[in-house]
Structure formats: C-alpha cells, structure tokens
Design a protein around this ligand. Structure first.
Ligand code: URA
Ligand code: SF4
Length: 187
C-alpha cells in the first residue's frame, strides 16, 4: 500500500467529527494525478458528491469544469479537494469544530501533492487556509504568498456564482489570473 492509499483508507473510516453520522461517502477529492502544481479547495461535499463519492460533480462542479475548460486548464494539472470531507446536512456551512477536526486530512493532501498554487473556492476555504477574518467579497482576487512560496488565490465559491450571476465575471477573471500564473511559471 502506498502512503496515499494508507491515507485514503484511514480517511474513509474517519469519525473525528459529527459529520460522519449522515454521510454516504467520504469525499477525498478528484484529479487525474497527485503530481500537479494546482490544488483547488472547496467547502464540503454537497448532495451529488455525497452520493457519488467524488468532489465537485454536482452543479457547482459543472460550472467550475466549464470555466476551467474554457481557460484551457489541463485536467492532468490540477486536483480538487474540500475543507471537510463529509457532507454537512442540508449543505450548511461546516462549523469551526468540524473544520478543525478535518483540516489535518487536507494538510496531509497538501504535503503529498505539494501544490505551487492553491485556489480557495469561497469563504470557508479562505478562512481556514488564509485568515479566519477573511472577507471573500472584499478580499478575493489577489495573490497571497505563503512560506515555502506557495501562492494562494482566494475567489468565490462556484455555488455563490450560480446564485448571483453578478459574480460571474470576477470569478472568471480570478481563474484567468491563475491560468496566467501557471503559464508565467512554466507549470
Ligand atoms: N461544493 C463544495 O464546496 N465542494 C464540492 O465538492 C461540491 C460542492
Ligand atoms: Fe472525519 Fe472530516 Fe468526515 Fe469529520 S468531515 S468525520 S473530520 S473526514
């Protein structure tokens, strides 16, 4: 068993927070490879993700995929994960306790993938990864640099874009900046 396979089987059996009680699947992520420069981090599985066991396969994921394809991101170049791996009931925002309980799993994914760029999709990811006081509408769209030189781009969650089409252009432009950065860095 590889280290990653060991992580997957441990994570699949996780009961570290109450979200394990109603889940159908633990959703580890989605990607063609772990050897990728770019990691997207969403909030947590929704209904479809819980049923199918894969990240961003519902409506929000379809929008994300559509834009990534339009901007010519190669699916071999990114991995998509979430802050919490089990679906919060009725898609509510995960609590701080749930986020704290689940973060070690994401940290482990980051350690294995070693992304050069992390895109935080929405406030839950930006608060957990960048700053607890992060205000997504005011502070999205700018690069944040981390020790080890990881670049972080906070942007809207695609579900928020589906609810409010006024966010669509900014979301697209933020993703475009990420695409340009990959090209600039030869990634
Ligand atoms: N929303 C998320 O935050 N993550 C998913 O995987 C799906 C919808
Ligand atoms: Fe474990 Fe995370 Fe699922 Fe909570 S959400 S049970 S911490 S995998």
């Amino acid at each position: 068993m590889t280290e990653w396979e060991g992580f997957v089987s441990e994570c699949m059996a996780c009961t570290k927070c109450g979200l394990h009680k109603e889940r159908k699947h633990v959703v580890i992520g989605r990607g063609e490879s772990l050897n990728v420069p770019l990691l997207f981090v969403g909030e947590g599985p929704g209904e479809q993700e819980d049923i199918q066991g894969e990240a961003f396969v519902g409506r929000a994921g379809k929008l994300l995929d559509l834009l990534l394809e339009a901007l010519e991101f190669s699916p071999r170049n990114y991995y998509i994960a979430n802050i919490v791996k089990c679906r919060p009931p009725d898609n509510r925002t995960p609590t701080d306790e749930e986020v704290m309980a689940c973060l070690p799993w994401l940290r482990y994914q980051v350690k294995i993938i070693k992304p050069k760029i992390i895109v935080c999709l929405g406030a839950t990811a930006a608060k957990a990864i960048i700053d607890p006081d992060f205000k997504i509408t005011k502070m999205r769209g700018g690069w944040v640099e981390r020790q080890g030189k990881t670049l972080i781009m906070p942007t809207f969650h695609p579900s928020a874009v589906l609810r409010d089409s006024a966010k669509r252009d900014d979301f697209y432009l933020d993703l475009k900046k990420v695409r340009e950065k990959l090209v600039e860095r030869g990634l």
